[in-house]
Design a protein around this ligand. Structure first.
Ligand SMILES: O=C(O)C[C@@H](Cc1ccccc1)C(=O)SCC(=O)c1ccccc1
Ligand SMILES: [Zn+2]
Length: 166
């Protein structure tokens, strides 16, 4: 099912997600709904806090044909190297695209939906997207990497937009 994506500055976006102890059918359903919601948005990633779910679960698909879904349970960055800048967007901050500095290459440890441990190395867009999604699990939005001034402008713009939307 399509889920509602929370919009900045919703306080639920700043709440750290809790680790998933056991992947049960509710988590499987959430992962499925998150993937459907990501493809529909469209986006290249989505984190559970963005759909008001407080679990450590993210979905990512940066493929051209939108058919290489990556679902990560309790993901954590265990290695980070270099620095790169990339323009980022966020489904919770519609219409805002800003340059953000992140690690150029990372190693991520997680579990898959069968609860099996997995480790993956990433660079380029996948590394940026994984860092962006894992930030969401810690209650961090990409705009928080920007200047205070920019954050205030974005907050004003979005709250005005939300008022108009009624
Ligand atoms: O809010 C999110 O987590 C989704 C976000 C992920 C992301 C985008 C760019 C850099 C880092 C992380 C998005 O997918 S925003 C939409 C977007 O960037 C996009 C949408 C369709 C095709 C390609 C990109
Ligand atoms: Zn985001």
């Amino acid at each position: 099912a399509l889920l509602d994506i929370l919009e900045y500055p919703d306080p639920r976006l700043n709440r750290p997600a809790t680790p998933i102890v056991r992947v049960n059918k509710d988590i499987l359903r959430l992962a499925d709904d998150m993937a459907e919601t990501m493809y529909d948005a469209p986006g290249i990633g989505l984190a559970a806090p963005q759909v008001a779910a407080g679990q450590q679960l993210i979905v990512v698909d940066i493929s051209e044909n939108r058919n290489e879904l990556l679902t990560l349970v309790n993901p954590e960055i265990i290695e980070a190297h270099g620095i790169e800048e990339m323009k980022e967007g966020c489904l919770s901050v519609p219409g805002v695209y800003e340059l953000v500095q992140r690690a150029e290459r990372i190693k991520v440890r997680a579990q898959d939906l069968q609860g099996k441990p997995l480790e993956l190395e990433a660079d380029g867009l996948l590394a940026v997207c994984l860092q962006h999604e894992i930030d969401h699990l810690h209650g961090r939005i990409f705009v928080e990497h920007l200047s205070r001034l920019k954050q205030n402008l974005i907050r004003k713009k979005l709250t005005k937009r939300q008022r108009q939307a009624g």
